[in-house]
Design a binder for this molecule. Sequence first.
Ligand SMILES: [Zn+2]
Length: 401
Amino acid sequence: MRTLYTDKKLWAQSWKARTEKKRNIQSCSRCLYDVDTPHISFNDEGLCNYCEKDDEMRAQFPGGKKGEEEFVKIVDEIKIAGKGKKYDVIVGVSGGADSTYMLHLGKKYGLRMLAVHFDNTWNTTIAQQNIKNALEKLDVDLWTYVVNAQEYDDIYRAFLKSGTPDLEVPTDIALAAVLGMAAEKFGIQYIFEGHSFKTEGIAPVGWIYMDAKYIDSVHDQFGEKPMKTFPNFRFMRQLKWMLFNRIKKVRPLWYLDYNKDEAKALITKEYDWQWYGGHHLENRMTAFYHTYYLPRKFDIDMRALGYGGLIRSGQMDREEGVQLLETEPNIDYEIYDVVLKRLGFSESEFEKIMQTPKKTYRDYKTYKKLFERLRPFYYLMAKMNLIPWSFYIKYTSKDNL
Ligand SMILES: [Zn+2]
């Protein structure tokens, strides 16, 4: 049977119809979000609430000379905290552009880095090679945490059965946990994160929501194997690392000017870095999630998020972004086959998964209410860089932005 989920032509037709529809609905005058984006609203000038939030954050993190001065101040604090220790700062690495550039920055500012990698066993060889090349060239040590592959596949199956869009949440949460574990193990007080709201945009909570209790809840219902090696990031652990270990998270790209194309050119030249065809596509499951699972089951096109960020940063024309979104997300069918085979789904079984009713994090147990109740506390924590600002903004707010 030919369906949307397996037939290239049908999928292309459906995307064309989607594009036609998108031309006739209200969209933001600046970015690529439209009325179909969760919790969106527009002001009198036609600007969306995500762009307004982005303006606020840019006022707080202006970049330029002021941003760099602030960053240098933080670098000095990091060096003081690192005195007498082997490393000053942890840098999470994925083989992607942002984290490779992070290593470059660490070196540039004279920091002794420990690179930390969470291996969810779905890496592409390009990503692994990218990590290896950069670390060799920069002479940086690597600490890797590898999860048990069968256990992790069971978690992926559980999330697919849960009917929620949050398939990649376990990887994001585990990465956060692994960074903290390394900080605790090596007595390092600072962690660099490669995130940049300026070039990556702000994801609506309806597109992605993550917390450790949510993972436990989905796993309790749909998982079949015990969770033994998965490093979850539960509330007590978060408290301990914030209040006892005082591990600080710094996002250099919130302070420094960052041009994505220039950064890519630089790391390609300096560290033999290789491009793998799209933002976040360095991991096979992440690629599947972006190019197949989200668009086909949930009508979510995450490219609107990333291109929107580039447009707000003046690194892409809005018109170019609109045109790029008109081409359907391009799944590599080899990856589709790998995912089904490795997770043990036949094509018809997987088709059922694609057709089960859509759910959200609200259908499962989460920390959301707890985070909202603790909003004033998290504000203080964000002020002290003990949690990222984006966590405070997104997870403790009741308006779900
Ligand atoms: Zn907007």
